[in-house]
Design a protein around this ligand. Structure first.
Ligand SMILES: C[S@@+](CC[C@H](N)C(=O)[O-])C[C@H]1O[C@@H](n2cnc3c(N)ncnc32)[C@H](O)[C@@H]1O
Length: 438
């Protein structure tokens, strides 16, 4: 007898990105790291010179690493640098009010890889607490950088010293090196760490990307190759600046501003923080319950009102994501109160809000739900349309596992009837009718 609700254990059948592998629960703050290390680890740090091969004389990166990871990665060297598009689709140029930045020199398509780059330095996001050090808690790292920096090649050293430094200087070389590291470090996660997986990597070009609260690009770190990939979140026009996010984009504007000011010493003036135009959705939202407060009707921009509505939209983007699974299960139950249109509208409206906020990197979940919903309704055309859209964002999923996920979707799109949600809603509707008759 089929269950009246989809069983939660069945969700894995729907695959990525609906079934997301749970993130390992690992420490993120210096205090949590300190606790983890003191419980069962060696909290000392070392400097590893990263080379392509064991025999190679040139060092591409200095890795300041907690000793728990020393034997975990690339014992024989990291291999040749990963391939990336040539000629590069960008140039580094002066940007008014932002120093320098990365600018597209041609149209870059959604999901396209813009660049894959190796770091010049890599350091732990939380450093060992060193209250006795005369130069404070970063003193240990300053000393390490100062001693090991000459081991880098001349080209890497010069690229590094040319990068932006927004941290206060004491004038020592170590302080300057750490200032550059903290200004330009992009989060890089080494999941084999049991204590502190988060590191910051500094990259010659990717670290030139300025911040936007509606970024058109995203970075993804590949821990096996020690390389960062820069991907387009949406179509980027020729001459448009390529931006990434330095902060938590789901947070309200005031919190984002505080964070950026504290960590990177600037005030964000992107269109989401300093709106100069009224924000208009590409079409009115239609879901009967999931509303967004009305936006101002006059043509004049009310900055405070625009920011308030933007905060509500950002809140709803994560709120919708956390309700998606529950709505999906309810919709598949024979006693469901949602119409087919309600479920589709919930996700189609989410895509409108996401585009308004420039947060396209979160849309894969809604696209996957839309594809599965079409399958559940036995709508082949709809399933192919949304499935192909998901596949065109394939840059999101990398590595062996990512390749498998993509292949699975390609197989389903080729043969929609083999997809795991095929006909589920049609069947439960039949069951509900049957019950009604009885
Ligand atoms: C990682 S660097 C980015 C590249 C830097 N603009 C350069 O010239 O090399 C970070 C610094 O860039 C500047 N920056 C980044 N995004 C900005 C923005 N949206 N508005 C103003 N300044 C920004 C700030 O000075 C910040 O400390």
């Amino acid at each position: 007898m089929p269950s009246s609700k989809t069983n939660r254990t069945e969700l894995p059948r729907f695959g990525w990105p609906i079934q997301v592998k749970p993130e390992p629960c690992l420490p993120t703050t210096p205090e949590e790291a300190e606790a983890a290390f003191s419980a069962n680890g060696d909290r000392s740090v070392a400097v590893r010179a990263c080379r392509e091969s064991f025999q190679s004389t040139s060092v591409f990166c200095l890795w300041i690493v907690y000793k728990d990871l020393l034997n975990e990665y690339a014992q024989q060297g990291w291999g040749p640098p990963p391939e990336f598009p040539t000629p590069p689709p960008f140039s580094i140029e002066p940007i008014t009010g932002c120093g320098r930045g990365m600018v597209a020199n041609r149209v870059i398509k959604t999901g396209e890889t813009i660049l894959v780059e190796r770091p010049i330095v890599m350091h732990p996001a939380a450093v060992p607490l060193s209250p006795d050090h005369p130069r404070g808690m970063w003193g240990v790292v300053e000393d390490m950088y100062e001693v090991s920096f000459p081991h880098l090649g001349e080209r890497e050293r010069s690229l590094y010293m040319d990068l932006w430094n927004c941290k206060q200087l004491t004038g020592t070389l170590g302080n300057q090196l750490v200032g550059i590291a903290r200004t330009n470090g992009l989060q890089s996660t080494f999941t084999r760490s049991k204590h502190l997986p988060h590191y910051g990597g500094v990259y010659p070009n990717i670290s030139r990307c300025n911040h936007s609260c509606g970024p058109n690009a995203t970075v993804k770190f590949d821990e096996e190759k020690m390389a960062m990939r820069l991907l387009a979140n949406r179509t980027i026009s020729a001459r448009e600046q390529i931006t990434i996010s330095y902060t938590v984009l789901g947070d309200p504007c005031a919190d984002r501003q505080d964070d950026l000011k504290t960590k990177y010493v600037f005030t964000c003036a992107c269109k989401h923080c300093k709106p100069t135009k009224r924000s208009r959705p590409s079409r009115p939202l239609k879901h009967p319950y999931w509303n967004i407060p009305n936006q101002t009707t006059s043509d004049q921009v009310d900055v405070e009102a625009e920011i308030y509505v933007s905060d509500v939209r950002r809140d709803q983007i994560s709120d919708r994501l956390s309700h998606a699974e529950e709505l999906w299960e309810e919709w598949l139950s024979p006693l469901s109160k949602q119409s087919d249109r309600d479920l589709l509208q919930f996700h189609e409206d989410a895509l409108v809000i996401i585009a308004q906020e420039g947060m396209e990197f979160t849309r894969i979940h809604d696209i996957a739900y839309l594809a599965h919903a079409c399958a559940a309704l036995e709508d082949e055309g709809g399933f192919r349309r949304w499935g192909n859209m998901l596949i065109s964002l394939s840059g999101w999923s990398q590595g062996d596992e990512g390749g498998l996920q993509m292949k699975t979707w390609q197989d389903w799109v080729r043969e929609p009837k083999t997809s795991p949600a095929w006909g589920l809603r049609v069947q439960t509707r039949g069951m509900a009718k049957g019950k009604g008759k009885a």
